[in-house]
Each structure stands twice: as C-alpha cells, then as structure tokens.
Design a protein around this ligand. Structure first.
Ligand SMILES: [Zn+2]
Length: 137
C-alpha cells in the first residue's frame, strides 16, 4: 500500500504532474484554434475520450504524454528504479490506447496521436493534423 518511492521515481511523478498542468492537450487545442480549426474537446461520448474531435469529419486527435504512454523518445524512457512497476503501468496504457483505436475504427472514426514532445515544433504538428484531416478514407 503506502509505498516508499525513491527520489528518482518521485521526480518522475512531479515532472509528469507538472506537464499535465502545463497541459499538452490545452496547448494543442490553442494551436489548432489559432489555425482556425473548430472541434470539440474531451469528447466523452467517444471511446477513450479523445482530446480533440472533429465530429463532422469523424476524426479525433489524442495528445499523449511521452512518459505515460511510453513514447520511443528521450522523455518516454522508463526511470532506472522500479522499472517493473513503471513498465507495467505503461504497458497497460499502451494496450488501452490500442484498444481505443480499434473501437474508434469500428465506429468509423479515425485517430491521430500527437506526442507531447512533438508540440515543441508547432508548425510540424499543424502540418500533421491538417494532412490527417485532409486525407480521405
Ligand atoms: Zn515523445
């Protein structure tokens, strides 16, 4: 239960909390609004509560934190301590992500994932999202 967490793990927790409150989701939302897009945020009626939903196009965008969703980038690397603990949490997240994508596809929705680290390059993110929206399928 009340588990003593090492400094290493604690600093990871604090970092992930601070990135949450900085809000990568909110940053992407502001970026897209600035580019003139209209969309719904936190679409609770859809599987996985997509961060951003373009309802008339049946397309959604998820913003994933690199650490929690185990992105293959520097930020996504697991901490050196309690590796099993974190890896199992991250594995659960990743399999949930995959399940949500399948459910959305079955309902006729397409999904794009934007990673937290990619938000450092807003132009590139905008290009990815606009390409995703323009692609018919
Ligand atoms: Zn990343």
């Amino acid at each position: 239960m009340a588990d003593r967490v090492s400094e290493d793990v604690r600093s990871y927790i604090m970092r992930s909390i601070s990135t949450t409150s900085t809000g990568p989701e909110r940053r992407l939302g502001a970026l897209l609004r600035g580019a003139g897009y209209r969309f719904a945020q936190n679409a609770r009626d859809l599987p996985g509560t997509p961060d951003i939903a373009f309802r008339n196009r049946r397309k959604v965008v998820f913003v994933h934190g690199c650490f929690w969703h185990a992105h293959r980038c520097r930020k996504g690397r697991p901490p050196t301590s309690k590796t099993d603990y974190w890896n199992s949490k991250r594995t659960v997240n990743r399999s949930r992500d995959a399940r949500v994508r399948r459910q959305l596809r079955q309902l006729g929705w397409r999904a794009l994932t934007v990673w937290q680290c990619q938000l450092k390059d807003p132009d590139k993110v905008l290009l990815r999202v606009s390409t995703f929206l323009e692609t018919a399928e």
